[in-house]
Ligand binder design. Structure first.
Ligand code: SAH
Ligand code: SF4
Length: 363
């Protein structure tokens, strides 16, 4: 087994030579199964050792190498010295009065993004809302995430690490994943596809229980329709009027409602799946009877379920308000009368700023 990790760098200063040992540990969660096998082979270890460690990391919630009790002691010691399982950690944990847990996760470069764990009563589901980027470039006016600007994309394993950290923290198995944390998943397309694979294959979460939410990056929706793993697609529509949408969601200037509709119809055709239409109800802005009728007209020809989201306060800059209960029920009723399947999203974790649109990486 090699004795030393990393490499040695030597450089000359005015008075003496300085030698730096690079102490960076190998991050095992970065490796695919095949890569992990190669790594173990390079250590002179048999493939079944890689199997054992892979299973401890992804299926058995090992927090550190000493948990891996069926791995021989000498190898465990080598791994503790030279490797780490993850290169991110929970920096802060907040628990809401409704049981929702918001994690602030710190990555190797000090940047942070949230992940939110939600339990819905009477359902055997444990849902995790993951971030796909630190910040977001899309600039929707009702959302707190974009306010601090865009910092960087998260790597595939960094997205999946959010789930591992929460599973390790709670000792529970997560059953559902939604890409509704910080970031626009289709603006980090390749890494999100990689994360889908890890979540499905390594973490063994059914692809039917994974939802990707997008503000409508049309070219990527066409690509997604052809992907081998088909997750549920959710569209942050929010406005079915072009002039209104373009004022509030800048993406409408790049891909307008008509282009989006064509992509959604194609997505329906290709995948045979229904799409979830997300519609934030903002008091006095898009919750009128006329807005409901306009939405019905827009959705004609798209196979979908509609998820109404009462606006969560995040922004004092714009005068957005929560909708009245009465207006919300009227909106729902009009859609249902037209034969649409409609649900109202339960607000979770608002007291700890963990609800939709409230994630801004605040420490
Ligand atoms: N960028 C992706 C996914 C993250 S946002 C997207 O926009 O779809 C997750 C969901 O929260 C989206 O439907 C988004 O529109 C919604 N959201 C953003 N701000 C909100 C707010 N203030 N109140 C309620 N929902 C909000
Ligand atoms: Fe980005 Fe989604 Fe927030 Fe829009 S709603 S700014 S796309 S995270």
């Amino acid at each position: 087994m090699p004795r030393q990790r990393g490499f040695i760098t030597t450089f000359y200063t005015k008075d003496f030579y300085v030698t730096i040992f690079n102490m960076e540990k190998v991050v095992l969660a970065k490796y695919t199964y095949e890569k992990l096998c190669e790594y173990f082979e390079s250590l002179g270890e048999k493939k079944f050792r890689a199997n054992q460690v892979f299973s401890w990391i992804w299926a058995k919630n090992a927090k550190n190498f000493s948990d891996m009790t069926d791995v021989k002691k000498e190898l465990r010691e080598y791994l503790s010295e030279n490797c780490q399982i993850l290169d991110c950690k929970i920096k802060k944990r907040q628990i809401s009065s409704d049981g929702t847990i918001k994690y602030l996760i710190e990555y190797h470069d000090g940047l942070c993004a949230e992940a939110v764990l939600m339990r819905f009563d009477n359902r055997a589901n444990l849902s995790m809302c993951v971030s796909s980027q630190v910040g977001c470039k899309m600039g929707c006016k009702f959302c707190a995430t974009g306010k601090n600007g865009f910092k960087r994309n998260l790597e595939s394993y960094e997205i999946a690490s959010q789930i591992l950290l929460a599973q390790n923290d709670t000792d529970l198995k997560i059953t559902n994943v939604v890409f509704m944390g910080q970031g626009e998943p289709l603006d980090n397309y390749e890494n999100v596809l990689g994360a889908l694979k890890i979540i499905n294959q390594n973490l063994q979460i059914s692809i039917r229980r994974i939802t990707i939410s997008t503000c409508g990056i049309v070219d990527k929706i066409y690509e997604l329709a052809n992907n081998e793993l088909v997750a549920t697609l959710a569209i942050s529509l929010h406005f079915s009027n072009h002039n209104q949408r373009k004022e509030i969601m800048p993406i409408e200037r790049k891909f307008d409602l008509e282009e989006l509709k064509a992509a959604l119809i194609e997505y329906n055709r290709k995948t045979k799946d229904r799409i979830t239409i997300e519609y934030i109800l903002i008091g006095g802005l898009n919750d009128s009877k006329e807005a409901a009728l306009e939405l019905i007209k827009y959705l004609d020809g798209i196979k979908c379920n509609i998820n109404l989201i009462p606006y969560n306060s995040v922004n004092d800059e714009f005068d957005f308000k929560k909708p009245d209960k009465k207006d919300m029920m009227r909106f729902k009723y009009i859609l249902e009368s037209a034969g649409k399947k409609v649900t109202i999203r339960l607000e979770r974790g608002a007291d700890i700023d963990a609800a939709c649109g409230q994630l801004a990486g605040k420490n």
